[in-house]
Design a protein around this ligand. Structure first.
Ligand code: GDP
Ligand code: MG
Length: 166
């Protein structure tokens, strides 16, 4: 059986960028506009010597920072239920938003195994976001840059012991 990781979080935090990096192909759409990926996408991820299944959760058009459409919530719940663990991404340059808190709540209610990733943290750009992320109560935030490939070693160190159980 292979380990499945769902990448979840509000639109525009970099979920599809990370998915593409892990899968190594442009399977998921990446765009400057929030909500370009419309459904769940599955791919075979590779992170150093780890192989696992990764799910990219959808964004939706018309989802703003303050409102979270029911469909997006349901898709996230579906992904969480399909996965063995979730990588919950926030945007380290923006910090924790009300919709991040909604997602954190979904994950808590579903008792998901959560890894909290603070994306867009290349260089020192995510430092304030990392400090802010502690307020979500989801443990030790991991600074990442999906675009520049930073933090992949830390992600590996966290995922390896989880993946080895499968
Ligand atoms: P999604 O809606 O969560 O799937 O987000 P996307 O992967 O589509 O990315 C949204 C935007 O953020 C795009 O313009 C990406 O190029 C940008 N982005 C993604 N990851 C990073 C990162 O690590 N650093 C920076 N600076 N931008 C990023
Ligand atoms: Mg996307």
């Amino acid at each position: 059986m292979t380990f499945t990781l769902a990448i979840v979080g509000r639109p525009n935090v970099g979920k599809s960028t990370l998915f593409n990096r892990l899968v190594g192909r442009k399977l998921a759409l990446v765009d400057d506009q929030p909500g370009v990926t419309r459904d769940l996408r599955e791919g075979e991820a590779r992170l150093f010597d780890l192989r696992f299944t990764v799910i990219d959760t959808a964004g939706l058009e018309e989802v703003t920072d303050d409102s979270l459409q029911g469909r997006m919530r349901r898709l996230t719940e579906r992904a969480v239920d399909m996965a063995d663990a979730c990588l919950f991404l926030i945007d380290g340059r923006v910090g924790v938003t009300p919709s991040d808190e909604v997602f954190a709540d979904i994950l808590r209610r579903r008792n998901a195994h959560v890894i909290l990733g603070v994306n867009k943290a290349e260089g020192r750009a995510g430092e304030a976001g990392v400090i802010d992320a502690w307020s979500l109560g989801l443990g030790d935030p991991v600074p990442l840059s999906a675009e520049h490939g930073e933090g992949m070693d830390d992600l590996y160190r966290i995922l390896r012991p989880i993946a080895e159980q499968f």
